[in-house]
Design a protein around this ligand. Sequence first.
Ligand code: F6P
Length: 323
Amino acid sequence: MKRIAVLTSGGDSPGMNAAIRAVTRRAVWHSSEVLGVRHGYAGLIGDDFTPLTPRDVGRISHLGGTMLGSARCEEFRTERGIAQAMAALAARSIEGLVVIGGNGSQAGAHALSRLGFPVVGVASTIDNDLCGTEVTVGVDTALNIALEAIDRLKVTASSHHRAFLVEVMGRKCGYLGLMAGFAGGADAIVVPEIESDPETVAQELRDAYNRGKSHALVVVAEGATFNAEKLHAYFLEHRDRLQFELRVTKLGHVQRGGAPTAFDRVLASRLGAGAVDRLLAGERGILIGIQRGEITATPLADVVGKQKPLNAELFHLARSLAK
Ligand code: F6P
């Protein structure tokens, strides 16, 4: 392929820049030209491209966010939008595309691929909700940011003998919640994949005090039925009986904004280079991920719309270690 393009799409995730750098430099190493697409699929539809040379992608891999910009693009979900994108790719003589992003972005990649355009995806989202990879680019950084916040909250919680609730992102996936709760020593963890109710959470927090802890902590994934808002409301409503006040912290987008960890930079670089190698070798319609330490390719058809199972064993282990 003489010319390929690369875009970042959906929620940004720390390490996207390292992936852009790897895609660009690996493609040039293979003697291909690279065009960056600005603002994800919106830029594809709007013909918003920028040439990328190895020097253009210098001094970016330590930065969070994405130098190309990202967007959630409703128009790309329509036939008209996809047709416009295909026309822009053809007009620029682009022969292949690397899509760096999460679930929604890989659904877009799949749509283009089904129309016959060569696309390879790079698994990149703080949600870690993509099948075909054990971890996605960005989740390690997001997890470490959440953990730092939890460590800080535990300090003040201990001083006041308080109970805290921390809500982390993750959409419908409980990975961030589980791992942040596990690493942060939470007394209760609430995730979408495992049913939980406010009375059980209250009991787990009360048990923490009964065991002599100076604070109690529950980590909640935003996609859980009883998310921060609902748990808080329940605790307020039943305050007299539960004898609990919960201080609530929603970490929100703070988790997406950090400088990528070493792990994310290395992962992003390996996946980005792997995507280019596979694309130029004629593979297409695949997601590049990592499994058992190896860079792997999984058909997008086996990834898009599939739910990644949560490691229930880790959930139960975390609970037993919090005792
Ligand atoms: O998919 C990444 C993510 O950060 C989710 O964890 C979160 O639910 C969502 O994006 C937030 O989206 P937005 O940035 O569009 O508000």
